[in-house]
Ligand binder design. Structure first.
Ligand code: CTP
Length: 412
């Protein structure tokens, strides 16, 4: 159980903060809501009080004998501001303290998470951009807003991330806050990272494809963890049926060729690239423009019971990334291995690291219900410097954080 202060800014997305509050209290946390005066124009004190089960005020002049403007910040395990308006970001960046929330932000020594929501123009304005950069420099996490429908008819960047995903980011920061002690939570602030996730599909005809069983969970956990640690994250997602992680820009692809194009373009500016996607090594040499009929056997004189597929090799995206690597860029590959009679899965992993030439290779054993589609993962992370980091079976977020710890150490 953690003590959380939920700061709510005066934007229409304040109503979504009710959902976030509900999720945090249902997870067992004690949540004090500190709305700004303008937030109360959207959602009133009664709603916050009923949902949190705690008294609610936005003023420093209520319950003065308990000195809440100092105590709340000092005692918190997490301060999350959702939605964070342009005005609130400006005040936080410049140390204003004219209500309870801004006082809490000055007294808090725990992880601080801002989830901005506003119109695209306001988010892109140089004043907001400079305030966000300043906050990030100081080690707080400022998530990128989501893209989509805004208030009114317009669409663009500026939406509050999905409350369920925001709650996940809160949990991530609470657990990191309890583990890292004095280390900065947003240790990837100012870094750009690219993560690929899921499994590619190689078309056979307009209705069929060759695919694989990757769920994308590990890649999504990596992207969510990087955003929580302050990075700007592009997630290249191949056929994944999971919600967009908070603060992550998701670009969807289908085939290996599309994935290669999008990953390569995004990687040009990236400090780190993590290739967690299961990319098809081969694709059908010919993609039929029409649905292949079952009586169209192409197996020559062989019986009608056979159909021959001719496959052609796909480029290896990871190897290409390593070849084109910028100075200082860290590249991480994944290897899902099974052993055979003479060679262990780990040994195959060591060989793969040598062939791919990346900085880190996350190797896990697959088969018999291991790894694919499950919530837990165990792995060994091999470094090009000969290091081998064992990660015990546990949630994919834990493995994700160990990967980013190793990446962060190589970036500095
Ligand atoms: N990979 C890639 N491009 C491909 C195939 C794989 O970038 N065409 C990347 C994956 O994203 C992963 C790593 O390479 O990070 C290892 O993928 P894997 O399929 O296990 O390796 P392969 O080189 O295909 O070796 P294997 O013969 O074991 O399949």
């Amino acid at each position: 159980m953690a003590r959380i202060v939920l700061g709510v800014g005066g934007g229409i997305a304040a109503y979504k903060a009710c959902d976030l509050l509900r999720r945090l209290t249902e997870a067992g946390h004690s949540v004090r809501v500190a709305p700004t005066q303008s937030a109360l124009n959207f959602v009133g004190v009664a709603t916050w009080a009923a949902l949190s089960g705690q008294p609610v005020t936005g003023s420093v002049f209520d319950d003065v004998d308990q000195v809440p403007h100092v105590r709340l910040g000092q005692e918190a395990d997490l301060v999350v501001v959702a939605p964070a308006t342009a005005n609130l970001l400006a005040k936080a960046a410049h140390g204003f303290a004219d209500d309870l929330l801004t006082n809490v932000l000055l007294t808090a020594r725990c992880p601080v998470l801002f989830a901005p929501a506003m119109h695209t123009e306001m988010w892109e304005h140089p004043a907001t951009a400079a305030n966000v950069a300043l906050l990030r420099q100081r080690g707080v996490t400022v998530l990128e807003p989501a893209v989509g429908r805004l208030t009114g008819v317009d669409t663009g960047k500026g939406r509050l991330p999905d409350p369920e995903q925001l709650a996940n980011t809160c949990e991530h920061l609470i657990s990191r806050g309890s583990q890292t002690g004095t280390l900065p939570i947003a240790d990837l602030a100012g870094r750009r990272v690219v993560v690929s996730a899921g499994g590619t599909r190689e078309a056979l005809d307009p209705v069929r494809y060759l695919g694989n069983r990757s769920s994308g969970r590990q890649g999504y956990a990596l992207a969510a963890a990087a955003a929580g640690r302050g990075a700007q994250v592009v997630l290249v997602s191949a056929n994944v049926d999971l919600p967009d992680p908070a603060g992550v820009e998701v670009r969807r692809v289908t085939s290996a060729a599309e994935l290669r194009e999008v990953v390569t373009a995004a990687s040009a500016e990236a400090d780190a690239v993590v290739m967690a996607a299961a990319v098809a090594d081969f694709r059908p040499a010919v993609v039929s423009a029409h649905k292949i009929k079952k009586d169209q056997s192409n197996a020559g004189d062989a019986a009608d019971d056979y159909y021959t597929l001719r496959l052609t090799r796909n480029p290896d995206v990871l190897v290409d990334l390593v070849t084109a690597r910028r100075r200082g860029q860290v590249i991480v590959g994944f290897g899902a291995e099974t052993g055979d009679d003479s060679t262990s899965w780990l040994e195959f992993g060591r060989r793969k690291l040598a062939v791919k030439g990346c900085d880190l290779l996350v190797v896990n054993e697959v088969g018999d219900g291991l790894a694919f589609g499950t919530a837990d993962n165990a792995a060994v992370i091999l470094g090009s410097d000969g290091s081998e980091t064992q990660v015990e079976k546990g949630p994919k977020q834990v493995l994700a954080d160990v990967v980013w710890d190793l990446v962060a150490a190589r970036l500095t």
